[in-house]
Design a protein around this ligand. Structure first.
Ligand code: GLC
Length: 553
């Protein structure tokens, strides 16, 4: 064991906590969270019992997509602080036994990046344009986009340059996301060299790893062949795999990750890479975590799974098997800054579905039921071998803001779909730290980049801290037990399948999750933790879960 209590290759069983800096804690009262805010709450994070922080992008950015549009990869945006603040954050985290994972966005830059500005000021065919994906338009005068690709955020994936001094037809540039996020040309060696240098910049400052944004998108099929589907990131429909799309999961991406693997391995400590890759099937996803590539890839099948015991069993079995095949661990995740929070998703009629945001005009989740299920599902998640990523606020049981007024919306997806898609703002609401104060302790003056819903007051850290039955207390208990029993390094053994029940043993813990609406019987054994009070011995109520001590029954 190392000094901070973790084992070699810490990422194999790490519980990673995603900090979304905009909404974590605001130290300077501008309504947007910042790095000093995170530093201030380091004791809270340590006490929770996690192993690492993943910090969503806080690099210099015009904030066209909440920081996923970076204009300088070596600077911190003044909204969040300075490079010195980031260094201080790394030190503070390390002092509290926590690792730090930065968020790297290599698929695209901001349109305010020096490279893109240079490209726009340069001629077609110039070296500056070769760093991006500029093409001539089709049709008369090149007035039509080069192909029919659609953006993930809606609308056509091409934007035409506004003017040309020489009067020649204006070119178009590709953006799989917003028009302020031009895609880079990863076939250009200069792009590769630059990103290796950026990775070094942050590795030299002590980051323990990187989450790689849109890891499956960097290489596009040669010739950019037509594709009629919208380039959605989500493979919700089993038959429609994004792997068929010419912009996703091309074999060429793996060379990039092999070179990054080597780069990280040249640094001391077990540095790691985790992929955000919306790729199906699992055998394709597993390619991202072959021994000489990344260390983890988020398991979105798990996030997308409906509230259904048989489905959970299937996904868990298939995922462990597919990752094991390449010698990798599975990285479980239920929520993030791109998805309606699972406490809300599990309260929908179609429990576990992932709508593209919820507003007052939509079905409102059943909050109590969603919370009850969220408290249950974490027993399964933290009981599984592998690594787990938590999203800030889920430890409080936070729901989404599901009635946020349109006037507050900021997600580019909302605007690019003319409001048809509500977007992701509802899961990005500032954290409630205290039950009183104008912004519930997010800052002192009540400025908020997105308003908090009424009921966030009830989920405040200050309240949950003092309640032994709170979701926060539950997370702390489970995280602590998970660590003591080394469940992340354990082996899963299924119990005899029963309707509506997910039941397995991992080391000295038996996990029983009842996804049904009827109570089920419990196996004998001492109850280590329960998602709600067990009133009748040997009976697990509907939508509830327990950990039972194996061998003591
Ligand atoms: C990833 C990020 C998301 C962002 C997109 C474009 O999916 O998680 O927030 O909008 O990439 O960078």
């Amino acid at each position: 064991m190392t000094q901070n209590g973790s084992y070699p290759l810490w990422w194999k069983d790490a519980v990673i906590y995603q900090v979304y800096p905009r909404s974590f804690a605001d130290s300077d009262g501008d309504g947007i969270g910042d790095l000093p805010g995170i530093i201030e709450h380091m004791p809270y994070l340590e006490k929770l019992g996690i192993d690492a922080l993943w910090i969503s992008p806080c690099f210099q950015s015009p904030q066209g997509d909440a920081g996923y549009d970076i204009s300088d990869y070596r600077k911190i945006d003044p909204l969040f602080g300075t490079v010195e603040d980031y260094e201080a954050l790394i030190k503070e985290a390390h002092d509290h036994g926590l690792r730090v994972i930065a968020d790297m966005v290599p698929n695209h830059t901001s349109d305010q990046h020096a490279w893109f500005k240079e490209a726009m000021a340069s001629d077609p065919g110039s070296a500056a344009r070769e760093r991006y994906l500029f093409r001539d338009g089709k049709g008369k005068g090149g007035n039509e986009p080069p192909n029919n690709w659609q953006s993930v955020f809606g609308g056509i994936a091409w934007t035409r340059e506004p003017e040309r001094k020489d009067g020649k037809p204006r070119q178009w540039y590709l953006h799989l996301f917003d028009s302020c996020q031009p895609d880079l040309n990863w076939d250009n060696p200069e792009v590769r060299t630059e990103f290796e240098s950026v990775l070094r910049f942050w590795l030299d400052r002590g980051v323990d790893g990187f989450r790689i944004d849109v890891a499956h998108g960097l290489i596009k099929e040669k010739g950019l062949p037509p594709y009629t589907e919208r380039a959605t990131m989500v493979g919700e429909d089993d038959d429609k795999t994004p792997s068929d799309a010419p912009m996703w999961d091309r074999d060429g991406v793996h060379d990039i990750y092999r070179s990054w693997h080597k780069l990280l391995a040249s640094y001391p400590g077990d540095r790691m890479l985790v992929a955000e890759a919306w790729v199906k099937p699992l055998s394709r996803l597993a390619r991202y975590v072959r021994p000489d590539e990344m260390q983890q890839t988020f398991n979105f099948d798990y996030l997308l799974c409906r509230w259904n015991a048989a489905k959970y069993r299937e996904i868990i079995t298939d995922s462990l098997e597919a990752m094991h095949e390449v010698g990798a661990i599975t990285a479980w995740v239920m929520s993030n800054h791109d998805s309606v929070r699972h406490a809300s998703r599990l309260g929908l009629k179609d429990a576990g579905a992932r709508p593209q945001g919820i507003d007052a005009a939509h079905e409102q989740p059943n909050e109590a039921l969603g919370l009850r299920r969220a408290r249950a599902v974490i027993f399964m998640t933290l009981g599984l071998p592998g690594s787990v990523t938590l999203y800030q606020g889920e430890e409080l049981g936070l729901p989404d803001h599901t009635t946020l007024d349109k006037k507050y919306r900021q997600d580019p997806a909302f605007f690019r779909t003319n409001g048809e898609e509500i977007g992701r703002d509802g899961c990005r609401i500032p954290m409630p730290w205290t039950a009183d104060g104008p912004s519930l302790g997010f800052n002192e003056n009540g400025e908020l980049w997105l308003p908090q819903p009424q009921q966030y007051k009830e989920y405040a850290v200050s309240t949950e801290e003092n309640d032994p039955h709170s979701t926060l207390a539950l997370y702390r208990t489970l995280l602590n037990q998970r660590k003591n029993s080394r469940l992340g390094r354990g082996t899963l053994e299924w119990a005899e399948p029963r309707d509506n029940v997910v039941e397995f043993t991992n080391g000295d813990v038996r996990v029983v999750l009842n996804c049904g609406d009827e109570p089920v019987s419990l196996p004998p054994g001492e109850i280590l933790a329960a998602s709600l009070e067990i009133e009748q011995d040997g009976v697990l109520p509907a939508n509830a879960a327990v950990w039972i001590s194996e061998g003591k029954g």
